[in-house]
Design a binder for this molecule. Sequence first.
Ligand SMILES: CC(C)(COP(=O)(O)OP(=O)(O)OC[C@H]1O[C@@H](n2cnc3c(N)ncnc32)[C@H](O)[C@@H]1OP(=O)(O)O)[C@@H](O)C(=O)NCCC(=O)NCCS
Length: 190
Amino acid sequence: MNDDDGDGNPPGVGFGALLREDLRVHDGDWTVPGFRVLFVHRFGNWRMGVRSRVLRAPLSLLYRRMYRKVRNKYGIDLEFSTKVGRRVQIHHQSGIIINGYCEIGDDCILRQSVTMGIRSLDDMTGAPTLGRGVDVGAGAVILGRITVGDGAQIGANAVVLEDVPPGALAVGVPARIIERAAPPGAAIEP
Ligand SMILES: CC(C)(COP(=O)(O)OP(=O)(O)OC[C@H]1O[C@@H](n2cnc3c(N)ncnc32)[C@H](O)[C@@H]1OP(=O)(O)O)[C@@H](O)C(=O)NCCC(=O)NCCS
């Protein structure tokens, strides 16, 4: 895990406002797995900001319980140590595995069966970073210490092993990069 002693939620927005944004981008439906998983993730970070160890202990127990529950029920593994930006959408569920060293920028979209993780046991902290507004297709696998630029699109079932420039497409196995101008919709909100 990255940082075990601080609130790793995005700066400049309170816990409640963050959850309201998450709910909005999940169509206002609190029952969808994506929103529930993000709720647990945000809670896991928020409780790290509770300085008193005595008060934090029961919150940590609750977090661990909820983390295991959503992981086992929905098949989405998102540890609190993963840096997750604002308004990130998780569309659908099952088989979504995000390493705790990954970073996901604001306004990204992840879909079912996406894996983001280390490429080799020789580099246990080498995980991908997504910029803002990255759209990741179903089944995509993004591996290693690489960066996917703002507004890039990762095709369904792509295996991405190298940096992807902003606005580019990455498709296929291993992914080939098709450069394009960054779409105006990338990084939707400040
Ligand atoms: C990658 C993607 C965004 C590209 O869409 P696009 O902008 O319309 O791009 P194009 O259709 O012009 O494709 C560009 C090239 O990539 C190829 N390509 C597109 N998607 C691909 C994929 N998933 N795997 C392999 N090649 C792909 C196209 O065949 C085309 O190849 P060419 O240049 O040799 O002709 C889209 O195809 C995709 O995979 N979206 C994922 C959506 C998803 O996961 N939906 C599930 C919802 S539940």
